[in-house]
Design a protein around this ligand. Structure first.
Ligand SMILES: [Zn+2]
Ligand SMILES: [Zn+2]
Length: 356
């Protein structure tokens, strides 16, 4: 046992105690509930940027973009990986099918209305032709934004005011390095970022860039970083290595930047489109504090807390709604297909399965 073993142990303990204390100091964002007494109805609508994205998707050679690169896995296996843009694979059978849950405790709800969750099932894969934008991109960009915001608030709590806002940095490999093995390319990118003063953040790989005039995706491998640090020595790096590091500075909206960058990120099997590194990495000392919880759809009624039951649309004056929505609606068009007891029994069986 090394002589200073106990000191190390003690230091570790203090660190974990400190971190534990932050758990209580750093207020976690409230679980987002889409509806409330003030806003009892929410319906999904495409935003302007989503419509623009779909246009680019449809009017460019989006599906054709492809790049094969060598890759050594973490287990040391050599293989070729094929990069594509999101949304190039067939959907699963259930993707996009509606799942309807409801609460029919009418007397406990405002205006005797029924509470309905009419939402689409999804595989949440980036490659899925149906789920990529409304499900995968929406969820991934939201979770990434939350992780960065959590890191910011941890920094604030510990009084670290050096790098309060994340910057957007573009890293372009030298001509000679552009098509090297992807694991080595990423490693070199990380090394140069470290030299340039970026201590942590996220990395998104773009194998392709859009030639806007011709509406053609061209192979142009580069990385985008949203990270923390003070960018320096980029001239030295480009002189020595030929790699270009461009600091785009602080962005106005973190979420739209992440959303935009992810929308045409490289997609390939078994490699995540976002890599977290340094102080925002999964092995950072802050990992526990900045972790973003899995969001699961609430299975209880926000107005009376009763468990939700399966439901169907029974209206005859119009076809069933083809938009996702959550909230209070006129109860005459909807009907439960199971009792609360039946719903509870299924949850109990699922719970037991999880416990065992
Ligand atoms: Zn899908
Ligand atoms: Zn209810």
């Amino acid at each position: 046992m090394p002589k200073n073993y106990h000191h190390i142990q003690k230091a570790r303990l203090t660190m974990s105690q400190q971190l534990k204390e932050f758990h209580h100091v750093v207020s976690l964002p409230k679980k987002r509930s889409r509806v409330s007494l003030e806003n009892p109805y929410w319906e999904k609508k495409l935003s302007d940027s989503q419509i623009t994205l779909l246009e680019i998707h449809d009017k460019s050679d989006w599906i054709k973009a492809e790049l094969t690169q060598g890759y050594k896995t973490s287990k040391g296996i050599m293989k070729d990986i094929v990069w594509k843009l999101p949304s190039t694979q067939d959907k699963k059978d259930t993707c996009g099918k509606f799942k309807t849950l409801g609460c029919f405790n009418l007397s406990s709800h405002p205006n005797n209305q029924a509470y309905i969750q009419h939402t689409k099932l999804s595989c949440f894969r980036s490659a899925c032709e149906l789920c990529w934008m409304e499900k995968w991109l929406a969820r991934e960009s939201r979770r990434a934004t939350l992780r960065i915001e959590k890191y910011e608030s941890v920094m604030k709590q510990i009084g670290n005011s050096r790098f309060t806002k994340p910057v957007h940095v573009i890293v372009s490999p030298s001509w000679d390095d552009k098509f090297m093995r992807f694991d080595l390319l990423k490693k070199k990118c990380r090394k140069l970022l470290d030299q340039a003063g970026i201590k942590g953040g996220l990395l998104i790989y773009h194998p392709f860039g859009l030639d806007k005039k011709r509406r053609v995706w061209v192979t142009r491998p580069h990385f985008h970083v949203i990270g923390f640090g003070w960018v320096h020595d980029t001239k030295k790096i480009s002189d020595n290595d030929g790699w270009v590091i461009k600091n785009k500075g602080v962005r106005q909206s973190l979420h739209s930047t992440v959303y935009y960058l992810l929308s045409h990120a490289g997609v390939t099997d078994n490699i995540h489109s976002i890599t977290w590194f340094g102080e925002l990495g999964y092995r950072s000392k802050y990992a526990e504090l900045i972790r973003v919880e899995k969001e699961e759809q609430d299975d209880t009624c926000p107005f009376c807390t009763e468990i939700l039951v399966n439901a169907v649309f029974v209206g005859t004056d119009r076809p069933p709604p083809d938009k996702e929505f959550i909230g209070l609606v006129d109860s005459s068009s909807w009907s439960p297909t199971e009792s609360i007891d039946e719903s509870k029994r299924i949850y109990r069986i699922l719970d037991e399965r999880i416990i065992n």
